[in-house]
Design a protein around this ligand. Structure first.
Ligand code: PRP
Ligand code: URA
Length: 187
């Protein structure tokens, strides 16, 4: 297999190969998240809550469930409006979060940062401590990184690659297009 990120970036990659490459990156990220958890002496995976942002965050979930086998899973459904780029919330189901729980928020793309900020705001409102939240992504844009780090300076970040910028439509450059559409074969 070619380096998975090259496969993801190639707009001609068919859906099946895109899925394989995305899942390979998910494995690498999950392994690194587990390494960080062990470093923090977190051994009870019941104390780790996995929260994918629907839809695209679901791509990362199976690899993380394998590495954190007892972790409860919550869901936050957000859809970016393609004109305003503001996320619209359509679903939320977050399990009980205690102050000491570690929360791993999963979303492959950090573009304007609007979705991640909305999700973290909801997690903090539900009792998560900002310092106990890790954002896990595949690609980030500087605009999203800046927004996230400004609003939530204490969160931990685990992102495979930092890209150059956003284009005028709010897509990451060079990026890979719309992750959810490419993974789920909806475009
Ligand atoms: C994509 C992506 C992020 C969001 C990032 O989801 O998965 O959630 O956009 O953009 P932002 O940083 O500017 O908020 P999208 O809203 O397209 O929904 P989907 O996962 O259902 O495809
Ligand atoms: N969401 C995506 O899936 N891709 C982008 O480039 C920006 C937001």
């Amino acid at each position: 297999m070619k380096a998975p990120l090259i496969t993801l970036r190639n707009r001609k990659t068919p859906t099946g190969e895109f899925r394989v490459a995305a899942e390979a990156i998910a494995e690498i990220l999950a392994k690194e998240a587990l390494r960080r958890a062990h470093k923090e002496k977190i051994t009870d995976t019941k104390k780790v809550i996995l929260v994918p942002i629907l839809r695209a965050g679901l791509v990362l979930l199976p690899a993380f469930m394998k590495k954190f086998p007892e972790a409860p899973v919550g869901f936050i459904g957000l859809k970016r409006n393609e004109t305003t780029l503001k996320p619209k919330a359509y679903y939320q189901n977050i399990p009980k979060v205690s102050k000491s729980d570690k929360v791993i928020l999963l979303d492959p793309m950090l573009a304007t940062g609007g979705s991640a900020v909305t999700a973290i705001t909801a997690l903090v409102k539900d009792g998560a401590q900002e310092k106990n939240i890790t954002f896990v992504g595949v690609i980030s844009a500087p605009e999203g990184l800046l927004k996230l780090q400004t609003k939530f300076p204490q969160i931990d970040m685990l992102v495979a690659v930092h890209d150059e910028k956003l284009d005028k439509n709010g897509y990451i450059v060079p990026g890979l297009g719309d992750f959810g559409d490419r993974y789920f074969g909806t475009k």
